[in-house]
Design a binder for this molecule. Structure first.
Ligand code: NDP
Length: 257
């Protein structure tokens, strides 16, 4: 099933959780995967090793997003690690997955400017400029896949500012699909629902009642796993996804339908 052989994929925030699931699924299909992290180099290295043991190819690179100049630093660091991985000098990219985000839980009345600005900077400004600075290296016929959230449909008051940043990402993606269409590059959004990840650990993974309540929100009666999202992304990344662009793919297991 090596449908991505010869392709290079970059997945932001793939040292853990959903990003890891995406990186592993793309690598399983034959892509060379750049595993990006903010600060947790050890976790990223573990993903690289897991992919290697499964017969895939990956390397890690780190850049904290959400600061001025982050997109330039992101690609500069990618170039260094890509060249260290192999001396073919090829720093082109076929598949770019913007997955890294921060979800600070605030009701409207408690929201702060600091939290709001941080989520804007990481969740929408960083992907926007990461793509802008990748226009020359993104190959024609490539893929941009942005990880949004079902919150833009569900309307959860406890994540109002986070939801607003994901709404901005949805809008950006749709317009970008028009912008890049002439080059055969597809741009889509994958929107997970509730997934068992580190970012949900405090209120979900360790609370049996919350777990059961959350599972019941999906028509399948379970909480999502990172691999569920990884497979949806991998499908869009393959040639089978070539005629799908500008779309918002709900990957929430039918949450609150
Ligand atoms: P996690 O918080 O579990 O993992 C975050 C990943 O992103 C890590 O690899 C982390 O790197 C990296 N990261 C975090 N902050 C930054 C930063 N400032 N700069 C660079 N990298 C950063 O996230 P999830 O897996 O839960 O979420 C992944 C995506 O899925 C997000 O876009 C999220 O909004 C979306 N989503 C998640 C849902 C869920 O239920 N979990 C539901 C709907 C959408 P490091 O290891 O170095 O810290």
């Amino acid at each position: 099933m090596e449908t991505l052989k010869g392709k290079t994929a970059v997945v932001t925030g793939s040292s853990r959780s959903i990003g890891r699931g995406i990186a592993e699924r793309l690598a399983a299909r034959g892509a060379l995967v750049a595993v990006h992290y903010a600060t947790n180099a050890a976790a990223a290295q573990e993903v690289v090793e897991t992919i290697g043991k499964a017969g895939g190819q990956a390397f890690a690179f780190g850049t904290e997003l959400g600061h001025e100049g982050d997109a330039e630093r992101f690609w500069a660091e990618f170039d260094v690690q890509r060249r260290a991985f192999s001396d073919d000098g090829d720093t082109g990219v076929d598949i770019l997955v913007n997955n890294a985000a921060v979800a600070l839980r605030d009701h409207f009345q408690d929201a702060t400017v600091a939290d709001f600005d941080r989520m804007i900077a990481v969740n929408i400004r960083a992907p926007f400029f990461i793509v802008q600075h990748a226009l020359d290296r993104l190959r024609d016929g490539g893929r941009v896949i942005n990880i949004s959230s079902a919150v833009t449909r569900l309307g959860l008051p406890e994540v109002i500012a986070y939801g607003a940043t994901k709404g901005a990402l949805d809008s950006f993606s749709r317009i970008l699909a028009k912008e890049l269409g002439s080059r055969g590059i597809t741009v889509n959004v994958v929107a997970p629902g509730y997934v068992d990840t580190d970012s949900n650990a405090d209120w979900l993974r360790h609370d049996k009642d919350a777990w059961e309540e959350t599972a019941a929100k999906s028509v399948f009666g379970r909480v999502g796993e990172p691999e569920d999202i990884g497979d949806a992304v991998a499908f869009l990344a393959t040639d089978a996804g070539r005629w799908i662009t500008g779309q918002h793919i709900d990957a929430s297991g039918g949450t609150r339908m």
